[in-house]
Design a protein around this ligand. Sequence first.
Ligand SMILES: [Zn+2]
Length: 507
Amino acid sequence: MRHFETPKRDTNPTRKRGTPSLTRRVSFETASKPNQAFRRLGLAGLLLLLLSTPTPTWAEGLRAGAFAMDVTPTKFPISVNGNMADGEAKSAHDPIHARCLVLDDGTTRLAIVVVDSCMIPRELILDAKSQAAKLTKIPRTNMLISATHTHSAPTVTGVFQSEPNADYVKYLAKKIAEGIQTAESRLAPAKIGFGKTRDEGNVFNRRWKREPGLIPANPFGGTTDRVQMNPGIQAKGLIESAGPVDPDISFLSVQSAGGKPLALLANYSLHYVGGNPALSADYFGAFAERVKQLIAPESKDFVGIMSNGTSADVNNVNFGSPAMKFGPGERIKVVADGVAKKVAVAYAKIEHKSSLALVAGTKELELGVRKPTEVDLERANKILDENKDKKVLVGMPAIYARETVLMAKYPDKVPVTIQVLRIGDVSIVAIPCEVFTEIGLAIKKTSPLTNTFTIELANGYNGYLPTPAQHALGGYETWRARSSYLEVEASPKIMSAVKELFAGVAK
Ligand SMILES: [Zn+2]
């Protein structure tokens, strides 16, 4: 006999004051879901309805399934993006994956996918979601697909002098969909726990204020930049970094009903580490391996996942201190080990619940594009003309001149998908940009739910997301290119959308 849970009070003492505390089973994305109608009818109406309608087909309790799909290309060499000049990989140093987690609360089914890629364009993600929606029972709006931001993966979107390989773009979309399908096929009774710890030693804001006269001109010839990205270790005239860091490591632990670890989705706001030859999953892949060794050494199919928080301006190098010496690839191992050990300590203390609500909310925004002016274009064309014999452009003015010409062809407005997933008392905010850390901190602060983390580079790629104040300071992350093009007011607009979505999922 099936039973339907009456909404009950959540007694979690850590819940924020004033936060609605009913556990629910509502997807506010799909208003026609039967459970919402039941809620409105009340218990008497519910019983009447149950008597008069066929038994609903949803299963009881929380279920979960996870799978790490290998997405290493089968053909080499392949373009690798993440730098001003294109890179090329002739083989894989370590395999790259689309790490998939599917959750089902009996009513709503969600998929969260974290792919070893630098950034994934909207079109590829929409293709992957459409294919996955056909293969599974998961609506496209209930899927979150993000990139880790490893800088040693195949190019799947055009940035600077790297262009994607069309075959690999198709292959990746198909593999992501198949990964979601396999994770869904593994759905089994499960319980979920949330944990949080900190690692202050691996995150440093990379944008620095410097004494007047020391910051070079920007690629457009302007001398108004007040901050410099990656200024050099102990460079002359460093004043202070221009923004905060977020040392939180959040994680969702998924166990079988019997307590066997199935998956762990972690989140840390660190750009990437670097140091392995391409192809490599960087510390994201190394963390997945290390956390498995620490918490599920016996398991054959445990899936460790490291998602990227909001790390647009935060990397692993402290420019204010002397350089640290590492052998090739050693730094990746050190960071992965340190972060995984912190997670393992916190993991030992968390509680898992087998009943919680899943909710997905999405908002589509149309945001303006910072397009070049006629004067900008004229200057860019002149520079490109001077460089017309060069196969590879060298120097920022020429590289950004090419970007200026490409940006002139962009539409005036672009779609930007903002998504919030709720998993019990936890919310995950997904933004398709490289998001400045201070924005992530503000989102966490404003959340009505007890525990919130953000996943950047999710559901598309719309370049860097600085605040208007960071735009005014200038620097690499604000320079107009395919890597940074949204209107200056994009972040307050995105913040309003996040607040609206919070209000929806927290009801
Ligand atoms: Zn980046």
